[in-house]
Design a protein around this ligand. Sequence first.
Ligand SMILES: Cc1cc2nc3c(=O)[nH]c(=O)nc-3n(C[C@H](O)[C@H](O)[C@H](O)COP(=O)(O)OP(=O)(O)OC[C@H]3O[C@@H](n4cnc5c(N)ncnc54)[C@H](O)[C@@H]3O)c2cc1C
Length: 383
Amino acid sequence: MKTVVIAGGGVGGVVAAKRLSERLKGKANIVLISDNEKYLFPPYFANVALGDMQPDEISLPLSRLEERGVKFVKAKIKSFDPDNRKVITDSGDVQYDYLLASLGSELDFETYNLASGYHNFTLEGSLKMRDALSSFGGGKVVISTPSPMYRCGIYPFEIANQLDVIFRKRGIRDKVSITLVHPFKNLIEPLGPEAVKITNEQFQKRGITYVGGKKPVKVDDSKKAVVMEGEEFPYDLLITVPPIKVPSPFVGTPFVKSTPMGDWTDANPLTGRSTKYDDVFLPGEHSMPVLGLPTAGVPVHFTSLASSSVISGEILGEPVDPGQINAMVCAMDYGDLGLVINCDMTQENGALKWIGSCYSVLTSPLGKYVKDMFYRSFLLTSM
Ligand SMILES: Cc1cc2nc3c(=O)[nH]c(=O)nc-3n(C[C@H](O)[C@H](O)[C@H](O)COP(=O)(O)OP(=O)(O)OC[C@H]3O[C@@H](n4cnc5c(N)ncnc54)[C@H](O)[C@@H]3O)c2cc1C
């Protein structure tokens, strides 16, 4: 029997485990390796930080996949040896016939000295941010996004609006200023003119200052200021959006390609298949920059489904046509308002195109609940 190894127990890994087990249970060995016993759902980290959800509401035990016939191995992956079809972990090597890797991305707090700020990009970070927000009585809040390469493009725009709502609810909004410092000249630009217009209106209505397109220098924690080229933004509470980089197990492997956006794993946009190894699929966030897709869970989800379909089709001898993706939905929570933006996808010379074809499907207080229902049902049905 063939062995399919899934590296990573996050969005891409869990989506793959479910789809592969649906097609291959009893017909292939499916093994999932992760360094965490839990499947954590990162979009809900902000809800933990804002005090709306508890950590146990945003995670599921990966051992639950055993009911689907997927063997769970808790281990830290150190590297990959694709020539010998091995995953190298801290508890030994794991052999595969097919490898599907979805390891997210690594957070960089060093380049811009972001460690002194609060963030919700890990569960631990979210809990610290929750404590900092609950004891914050007023002052200057600065959200610093120094690089365009970060997890989830919409996040800084969401958190700015969400903070406005929680400070209003606590009756301290008049004592707080909120400033978002971001690399885009026009806020939320890639999602198209409707998203830009609505977001601009919300920032103006709520009195949130947007500083776009300035070159970042660093955070000066002794002065408590975000330093940009030619200007400084003093803060009382700093919220940071760390840049990302390719996960360390890929560094030095043939999977990595150098691009103007940094080093990322390379894959076929329609299938997530490695461009170098036919038995390797890389549908994780670490491939999205090369595929021209956002570093977000929605494209990881559909790429992982495509990879899983190809792997199971090849093992079963049933050919599949995985290039069926024609839309990418982006649900945004602005605290008391939600936006659902759809981006039509087209294929051009084997690449997926979406910039310039995004439009609003829904802008309403209901949109916030649409996002919540979307994520709750995603999490509840993920295994
Ligand atoms: C605050 C926040 C808000 C977000 N909001 C949205 C949103 O609204 N919409 C959206 O589409 N996306 C959103 N995202 C992005 C989305 O969560 C990610 O793009 C998605 O989780 C990436 O999937 P992945 O499987 O590549 O990585 P992950 O889901 O991060 O999973 C990686 C897995 O690999 C494991 N792992 C990593 N390294 C190793 C190792 N060396 N050894 C073993 N295991 C390892 C991890 O423990 C984890 O289980 C958000 C992210 C954050 C942080």
